[in-house]
Write a protein that binds this ligand. Structure first.
Ligand code: PHE
Length: 369
């Protein structure tokens, strides 16, 4: 009986190793494994019983050896003293099959990779798609024009954070809690104390506290946020360029002269400027600066709503309280501040009729500038 069983193992080995030579792909290899080693995993006892029944039905001298796992189950047919010898032989064969299977699997995998590399559609010598050169966003271009104009007048660029405290955005700018002027600026709040700045004016306080007691001439460009219905004219995010001058004997005429110069350099040398009284808590007096409409030159058209004038900035003389909060004695120092936007001037200059286009990321729009 033992001899017969060992013979079965030998026969299985011979047949399996010969069959392996003919295996040419990984599907066939899996089939080979099922045929000669057997199903993977531990068979249930029911499956085992069925296998046994099949084995018995085929008879002991069937010419085709059973898969190894089934042969192993036949160990129960052997007398106790013969079982170890058979078990060892079967285990050795199992190890041999597993090793042969593993090695062949590797070989097939290699061959498959090589075939793919040879015949694959990837031609690494084809020229790639060139990355189109980018260019500056219209807002950045406009900002740089503004920097240049103010640089000629001696203004440095001063950067301040977009995330501000209630105190800097409002309180120190002469708007204590519950001041009604706060209603002009609502924004996105991170907490009761921290918000996205509604204007670049808090940068005035930062510049003053840093530069005091030096005289100041800076512009503060940057993104501002407001809780705002988005329309063709209003976005909830936009840029401003704050201007601040602090010194001795700085007067309203200096402010008007500075903004007139800006309007003429940015929009054209023929521009005229007018001022109207206005109100901001952090300037006193406060003004609104208009220039004659660049489309109709003051005759009246759709762009200027038939008034002949376009608003370019809120401005004013720095409020004494604000000077004091910044560290400057208002009896000795004076200053002016102004705060034009960036997108709206660009809209006027380039005849853009919808502010939403600036941050819509549509390349058909962006590529025009
Ligand atoms: N911060 C004001 C606004 O956002 C503009 C402004 C700036 C007014 C500086 C006066 C002085 O509307």
């Amino acid at each position: 009986m033992l001899d017969y069983m060992l013979d079965q193992l030998r026969q299985l080995e011979e047949e399996a190793m010969a069959a392996l030579e003919a295996v040419e792909d990984r599907d066939a290899l899996a089939a080979w494994y099922r045929r000669y080693v057997g199903k993977r995993g531990t068979p249930s006892s029911r499956a085992l019983r069925e296998e046994r029944a099949g084995y018995d039905a085929r008879g002991r001298d069937a010419s085709q050896p059973l898969p190894l796992t089934q042969l192993v189950h036949a160990v129960e047919d052997l007398p106790k003293e013969d079982r170890p010898a058979f078990g060892q032989a079967a285990n050795k064969l199992k190890a041999k099959f597993e090793a042969a299977h593993g090695a062949w699997d590797q070989t097939l995998y290699q061959a498959e990779m090589e075939r793919e590399l040879e015949h694959g559609a990837l031609d690494v010598t084809l020229p790639g798609r060139p990355a189109g050169p980018g260019h500056l966003h219209i807002t950045t271009q406009t900002l740089r024009q503004i920097y240049d104009i103010f640089a000629e007048m001696g203004f440095q660029v001063y950067e301040a954070p977009e995330v501000e405290t209630d105190e800097l955005n409002f309180g120190l700018l002469n708007m204590p809690p519950h001041h009604p002027a706060r209603d002009m600026w609502d924004t996105f709040w991170a907490s009761d104390e921290v918000l996205l700045r509604t204007h670049t004016s808090p940068g005035q306080m930062r510049a003053m506290r840093e530069r005091c007691p030096e005289p100041i001439r800076v512009i503060l460009p940057g993104k501002c946020y407001r809780y705002e219905q988005v329309t063709a004219r209003s976005e909830h995010q936009f840029y401003q360029v704050e201007g601040l001058a602090v010194g001795h004997n700085i007067r309203m005429t200096d402010l008007i002269g500075t903004l007139t110069q800006f309007a003429r350099r940015f929009y054209g040398p023929e521009r005229r400027v007018r001022i109207r009284g206005s109100y901001f808590p952090f300037t006193e007096p406060s003004i609104e600066v208009d220039m004659d409409c660049i489309l109709c030159h003051g005759r009246g058209c759709r762009v200027c709503k038939y008034s002949g004038w376009l608003e370019i900035a809120g401005a004013g003389m720095v409020h004494p309280v604000v000077l004091q909060n910044g560290g400057y004695d208002p009896d000795e120092w004076s200053g002016f501040a102004f705060g034009p936007g960036v997108e709206r001037p660009a809209m006027l200059k380039y005849r853009i009729d919808d502010i939403r286009l600036f941050y819509g990321n549509d390349l058909r729009f962006l590529r025009q500038f």
